[in-house]
Design a protein around this ligand. Structure first.
Ligand code: GLN
Length: 546
């Protein structure tokens, strides 16, 4: 298309958790449905260089991209809603920006000048935005945090300047606000929106479009009031109504005319949107005939945000089975030999997700044993696979103190351990790792190839011999114990091309018991559910109906 790259900046006001990430992802989907190519970038105001070391309790899931970047969970929404290929440059934090500016200062790049927020930090932010413009029609940039936060000021200043840099028809600002319905007054209130926009205007940004999060459609009167007080056109006041299913958001936005408003303001002409796939998806979601309950046995069970991609992948996996997936979050610390049966009695499948740290490990081992012995479909992801290996080694092979050296340094049977050296199929080099290496720096991160062995559950799911999946872990299956475990029935169904790294294990004599060292949830899409999740839900449904 013959136009300059266009930029859409999305800010948020009033309060957090209004769904800015989802809104950005849905805008991406809408623009793609009109034949445009998009990418989405998240600018996060916190000072951590990346969320890799942040507690998922506080921050939610760490989303891993193919190139091995540990990013904000909103990138998961972006990938699930659009075809954008995301990587390291799609997520910048204040920490990453300052890190780069300070390195340049130390190298002498600023030639002795005084290094300041304006222009040095703001220039660095603007340059970071320019990094993702290659081959796309529209760049969407979501600014984390809420307008009024001290931390986000440099980002807001940078995007304010951006319009003057690239031209007024190439940049728009969308502001997501909250319009609450106040029961006692019997009406919706626009004041928080007015204040939030005032705050934004005081730093020089006039929003072009307002996305008003609310539980009901806004009337013409309310829209015109907001338009007047916030200095936006009435047609650019969009109701962002609560929805039952997140994949409905692009449809609701379209109904409100959001895509038209964006294109008009950016002076882009496109074909009409093709939203059929989204409509079909939402219909399918709403007409699921069956349902299964999956126990998610983990540590961060209080906060569903900690397992965002996993929850979505399970829902996706339900669709081809016409099955809705209910999750029962089970705190593994509470599982004991005595109560295990009771806790897990009413469930159809058991999933042990990824995690770090020893807390709750024994409960996970017990839940895994219960799944193995009672032939309940089991899916172990990353740490979940490691737990499955530990359980098998202890209770089937009889290696009583089998463990991961992450949790028990002195075990005589470290079935999961830190592999000191291995051939890396990605870089074609020998990789080294040891206990003294930096936290974070030693992880196997991002996409790695995996060879699938025929006549296994893994192969019947994938139906191809070679796949690529994303990793985020330090510890690996210890090949020293491979033969012993295989002799007792453990099946290695996925392996790195060099043959050194065990990537998938499963069991014979079991309807569906599979553990993978990678995180398949990062690659599941609503319209293209991940085969392992699809087959896990299928087995769980079969278990329920049998
Ligand atoms: N703690 C384990 C490791 O580092 C598993 C990590 C994970 O589940 N992502 O290998």
């Amino acid at each position: 298309m013959a136009f300059n790259t266009k930029f859409v900046f999305i800010t948020g006001g009033v309060l957090s958790s209004l769904g800015k990430g989802l809104a950005s992802a849905a805008i991406g989907a809408l623009l793609e449905s009109r034949g445009l190519t998009v990418t989405i970038q998240k600018l996060d105001p916190y000072i951590n260089v990346d969320p890799g070391t942040m507690n998922p309790f506080q921050h939610g899931e760490v989303f891993v991209t193919d190139d091995g970047a540990e990013t904000d969970l909103d990138l998961g929404h972006y990938e699930r809603f659009t075809n954008a290929k995301l990587g390291r440059d799609n997520n910048f934090t204040t920490g990453k920006i300052y890190d780069s500016v300070i390195s340049k200062e130390r190298r002498g790049d600023y030639l002795g000048g005084t290094v300041q927020v304006i222009p040095h930090i703001t220039d660095e932010i603007k340059n970071s935005i320019m990094l993702v413009t290659n081959n796309v029609d529209v760049v969407l940039v979501e600014i984390g945090g809420t307008t009024g936060d001290i931390e986000s000021l440099p980002f807001l200043e940078a995007i304010r300047q951006f319009k003057a840099d690239v031209g007024k028809y190439d940049v728009i600002y969308i502001h997501l606000t909250y319009v609450p319905f106040i029961k006692t007054a019997g009406e919706v209130k626009t004041k928080p929106t007015q204040h939030s926009v005032k705050e934004l205007r005081s730093i020089g940004i006039q929003p072009d479009i307002l996305l008003c999060r609310t539980d009901r459609y806004l009337t013409k009167d309310i829209k015109s009031k907001i338009a007047l007080f916030c200095n936006v056109e009435e047609e650019a006041v969009i109701t962002a109504k609560d929805v039952e299913c997140i994949y409905e958001v692009p449809l609701v936005f379209h109904k409100e005319g959001l895509d038209e408003q964006i294109l008009k303001r950016l002076q882009i002409w496109t074909r009409a949107p093709r939203l059929e796939p989204w409509k079909e998806l939402v219909e399918k979601f709403k007409e699921l005939q069956y349902s299964v309950t999956i126990a998610m046995v983990g540590k961060y069970v209080d906060l569903t945000e900690s397992y965002k991609s996993l929850n979505e992948a399970l829902y996706h996996g339900g669709i081809p089975n016409q099955c809705s997936v209910k999750l029962k979050f089970v705190d593994s610390e509470k599982i004991t030999e005595e109560n295990c049966k009771e806790i897990l009695s009413d469930i159809n499948g058991i999933l042990v997700p990824g995690g770090f740290g020893a807390r709750g490990i024994e409960g996970k081992v017990l839940a895994t044993k219960y799944a193995r012995e009672n032939k309940i479909p089991f899916f172990g992801i990353c740490l979940g696979m490691q737990v499955a290996v530990i359980e098998f080694a202890r209770n089937v092979v009889g290696m009583k103190d089998a463990h991961s050296s992450e949790f028990h340094k002195e075990t005589t049977s470290p079935v999961i351990y830190l592999m000191r050296e291995w051939f890396d199929d990605k870089t074609k080099t020998v990789q080294k790792r040891d206990v003294t290496s930096d936290k974070g720096g030693t992880m196997r991160l991002g996409a790695y190839p995996c060879r699938i062995i025929k006549e296994t559950h893994a192969y019947s799911a994938y139906d191809v011999e070679s796949v690529s999946e994303r990793h985020r872990h330090r510890y690996e299956f210890n090949n020293e114990f491979k033969q012993k475990l295989e002799e007792k029935g453990l099946i290695i169904s996925g392996i790195s091309p060099s043959g050194e790294l065990v990537e998938i294990i499963e069991l014979n004599n079991h309807p569906w018991f599979l553990g993978c060292q990678f995180h398949p949830e990062f690659k599941s899409r609503p319209m293209d559910p991940h085969p392992l999740f699809r087959d896990f839900v299928k087995a769980s449904l079969k278990n329920k109906l049998s």
